[in-house]
Design a protein. Structure first.
Lengths: 338, 338
């Protein structure tokens, strides 16, 4: 049995250290993946800090993984040894409940997140149920594609599942790891795209990423002037904003999609939703089928995450860089065993 | 020119008094309707009290009207003199903007509500743009059908427009003028229907109205036990409830629809929406096309409002009855000139 060489925090908030573990026998419906690269997501930090109270230590983060199939369980026939796949937030679902068989496997009551109660992709290998190891289409580079599997799907899923139309106006609040991909998706989708950012000096690069318009998210008057404009607003930020202004900026039937989680509850006036049949929608990740649709779309439109690359052995420096808020726009760790 | 004989409040909160006004020339795209009956809605009280700050006095309420076409403007050809029609919250829209031509006339920026800045159906006659005077199908009684045009459409619209499926589970919070119709719609729609009520002694009548299950809305433990159950929850109440419990009671992709307007903002945890792709949706009224779909559906399924009937000359007694909270379930005023 080959042990897996990973980087783990031994306690909440701890520095990551080399950590070796025995993954045990490979389940029949699982695969083992030789990691090529692994994106670094804010959710990794939340888990490493046990911010959500669900972490178990030693904790190996990493849930935006690309790699090659190195082993497959005896029930797995549709993936080949050596095939390049990606793995995101979820590593396992029951595959037989009504939710799973209906195609909403990401809402299965028995899902196993990749880094909760099991070990993730900050390692030379990672395992997952074969259903969640999605083949990377030709044209996507495994060194950069990892962030699609969490950051990407998080913003692609509402665009796809809520039926955003190419004739619609899309706005994105907060242009980081998730937001910059939302701009790229919205542009390729055919929409008019507005970026709301508090870092207005990023304007030129946001226009390059796909935004048609850039608005200072701290300028309340500018937001008020956009009354009735947007069919969808995706918020990626983790703080409460003056939501009534953003709801007012929605067109009739417009949707405010929350993919960030403010620590405090949102304050929402029901009347502001009722006039115009507006809604506030929450979205987390996506199903395998939606992930595959996203990957095809990215390959067709040359959509790749903008990344800063670190060696996995420099993981603690990478985390410090992420925490600085300066990363443009996603950090990806490259395996020590390329 | 025939004057119109109405009942008006002369000041906010004032007793209604007989009031005669000259409606002026009939616009070419408008009709005049001889009122048969007019439902009494909580929104009439809000307008009579100027609770929303948009009332103009003298104020003639009444926006759940049935009656017969008595005059038609020169451009109106699709309605006949003597034809029975109904009129709801909206009496006019611009008919040429993108929203109107797209079929969402109720979201037109230029809508004229029936009782704001013009006079409503607590009168012997009322006028409206012909588009908003919807023919009553055979089988619906104009003496009872009025409440469909505001209370009814308010709860029908989300069921219809959000694509509730007959296989879905629907819950309704607050069983009054709107809620009792939501139960009837949900039952005829084919759904499993749950009524949440604070008046648990109504249980037998709620089961008769269409509910399969009745739950005490003040029993937090009972609500918690319904975790993950409902595809749609329609709240008709005007107070804040422990929304997190109702959001937890939604199935994945479930929708909490607000048609009541609590005075205070709702407190909503974004994370509770994100896990399971849930949403909070606001809905007010419906388009002419949706109103027609509702009327057809009501005729097919014998859905009629449960009413208490008052003579229009007893309007002040009817208002007192409405304010008592005892009306089962909607009050309808019958014209003094039947």
């Amino acid at each position: 049995m080959d042990n897996i060489k990973a980087y783990a925090a031994m306690e909440p908030g701890g520095t990551l250290e080399p950590f070796t573990y025995d993954p045990g026998p490979l389940a029949p419906d699982h695969v083992e993946i030789d990691v090529i690269a692994s994106g670094l997501c804010h959710s990794d930090i939340s888990m490493l800090d046990n911010a959500w109270g669900i972490s178990r230590f030693p904790l190996v983060g990493g849930h935006e993984v690309t790699g090659r199939i190195s082993k497959r369980g005896e029930a797995v026939t549709h993936l080949d040894i050596g095939q390049v796949v990606g793995l995101g937030w979820i590593s396992q679902s029951c595959a037989h409940c009504q939710t799973c068989t209906g195609g909403d496997q990401h809402h299965c009551q028995s899902i196993r997140p990749t880094i909760a109660g099991r070990h993730g992709g900050f390692a030379n290998k990672v395992r997952a149920q074969a259903m969640w190891a999605l083949p990377l289409p030709d044209g996507l580079d495994p060194k950069t594609a990892g962030p699609l599997f969490c950051g990407g799907i998080t913003v692609f899923s509402p665009i796809y599942e809520l039926g955003l139309k190419p004739t619609d106006r899309l706005a994105v609040i907060g242009i980081g790891g998730l937001g910059h991909l939302a701009l790229k998706f919205g542009r390729a989708w055919g929409c008019d795209v507005t970026a709301f950012t508090s870092t207005i000096d990023k304007t030129d690069s946001l226009l390059e990423l796909g935004a048609h318009h850039v608005v200072n998210s701290r300028d309340k008057e500018a937001i008020k002037a956009l009354r009735g404009q947007f069919d969808m607003v995706i918020s990626t930020v983790n703080v409460n904003l003056p939501w009534h202004n953003y709801i007012a900026a929605l067109a009739p039937k417009g949707r405010l999609v929350q993919v960030g989680i403010p620590h405090e509850p949102m304050s929402v006036r029901a009347g502001s939703l009722i006039a115009g049949q507006k809604s506030i929608y929450g979205s987390d990740t996506g199903s395998p089928a939606t992930l595959m649709k996203m990957l095809e779309f990215c390959a067709r439109h040359n959509i790749t995450p903008e990344i800063e690359s670190f060696a996995m052995s420099d993981i603690n420096a990478a985390i410090a860089r992420l925490k600085s808020g300066q990363a443009r726009y996603r950090i990806v760790l490259t395996s020590d065993e390329p």
